[in-house]
Design a binder for this molecule. Structure first.
Ligand SMILES: [Zn+2]
Ligand SMILES: [Zn+2]
Length: 181
């Protein structure tokens, strides 16, 4: 679990180093389904207070690099090659968070736990899974109910263009659904 004041410190150091601190600021938000956000209008990078408390230091650091790269690359870059190059240059290796951003938008299997946490999968889950955000370790009380959705060409286009700016971090990126053991 990352200490929130430390997260703020890292963010401010990264902003001072790579962006204009007179323009860009950092804050926490209350999102539960994505870890980070780069708001180009307000020139503000935010990280979910809720997920920050659940992610480890390394993951939070990667989320910050992901968002700083968005700020540097500009909104139109999306998660395209320009963004990817800048992100890699900053030391972003966060395949888990990055894959999360892509996986979530296009994964056909969407699951919800009784508390409403959303999980995504490419393949139909073969075993009963319980929500890793609600509780570590399998617990039938937190069982995820899955449904299949249609991924349309329009959704693919949207994911390619509109995915910019948000790191979608939910259960399966940092706290994977807990399999029945
Ligand atoms: Zn849950
Ligand atoms: Zn992103």
């Amino acid at each position: 679990m990352a200490d929130l004041e430390r997260v703020r410190k890292w963010a401010e150091v990264l902003i001072a180093e790579h962006l204009d601190p007179a323009e860009w600021s950092f804050g926490f938000d209350h999102a539960k389904k994505r870890a980070g956000l780069c708001n180009y209008t307000q020139r503000r990078i935010t990280v979910s207070r809720y997920l920050a408390a659940r992610y480890g230091d390394d993951e939070i650091h990667q989320i910050l690099l992901h968002e700083v790269a968005h700020a540097l690359a500009g909104e139109r870059a999306g998660h395209g090659p320009k963004w990817a190059q800048i992100a890699a240059g900053l030391g972003y290796i966060g395949r888990r968070t990055h894959d999360g951003a892509v996986v979530h938008e296009l994964a056909p299997w969407v699951g919800r736990c009784p508390a409403g946490h959303v999980h995504y999968r490419y393949r139909p889950p073969v075993r009963a899974l319980s929500c890793g955000l609600c509780r570590r370790g399998f617990d039938r009380a937190n069982l995820i109910v899955w449904r299949r959705r249609e991924i349309t060409p329009a959704m693919r286009r949207l994911a390619a263009s509109a995915g910019a700016g948000a790191t979608l971090g939910a259960g399966d990126t940092s706290t994977p659904p807990q399999p029945l053991r």
